[in-house]
Design a protein around this ligand. Sequence first.
Ligand code: SAM
Length: 283
Amino acid sequence: MRRNKSFDGKSPLLYLIAVPIGNLKEMTPRALEVISECDLIASEDTRNTKALLSKFNIRKDVVSLREHNEVKASMDLIEKIKSGLKVAYMSDAGYPGISDPGKILVQKAKENGIVVSTISGSCAFINALTSSFLPSNRFYFHGFLNPVENKAKQELEDLKDRKETLIFYESPHRIDKTIMVLYKVLGNREATIARELTKINEEFIEGTLEELTHLDKETLIGEMVVIVSGNKEENKEIDESIILNELNILIESGMSKKDAIKEVSNKLKIAKNRVYDLANSIK
Ligand code: SAM
């Protein structure tokens, strides 16, 4: 077990900084303050990070930590943090570690007794999910599907039965193929393409996956998140006698009919109105 306070000064600290996903006004005052106080910034793309910081008149040494050098660069940073330097890591957009490098750094830091504290900011899938029509209380974030179609299909087969809203990241040059694969494997579900979030061309395209396959590819430019409804098919194979038995056990144990209906519908993954009709047949 590990238990650490971020700001009691007892352990060395690594900051992770979430940066804007498009709109620079989403760079928070707290992020700017922490960056300004750092001795060294590590980032996914040093050029992009220097350009971002220069927009806020911040000049810092920036070193590279990206997918291809993450282990070695993480160990170098850890030594620097242990030697007393104040260090922050940021990726090109949004949160480090969310379809971006950063997770290995965090794990190595923790193995070395370094506390990791994240400075909040923008995250593409949170904006897409909260703005979409689809439920946001339970969701599954997948990130990018495998670019090889058969592998993407396999990934989708594995999550086809999930009830939660599904979230994917995609790039504009593959969006049409991805929508088609989603449609072929998951069927005709409700979906949203959230495009160019926080930017002037922000757009939400909502419809069924079949409708989305007809979109003109030329209009699908910029960055995109795809949100797809979870599996809404009910489990029709469950026999009435099993439902009634489950209901009886709960009601006889003292549970109200209303709560028993909810419990059984969740447990057996069947529509509440089917359980409700059966519950009303119990004398
Ligand atoms: N770390 C980022 C985060 O926290 O959201 C995600 C980085 S990932 C490499 C880039 C993908 O995020 C894009 O291909 C797109 O799917 C999504 N994305 C990033 N910025 C976006 C934006 N402004 N609008 C829509 N999607 C965006």
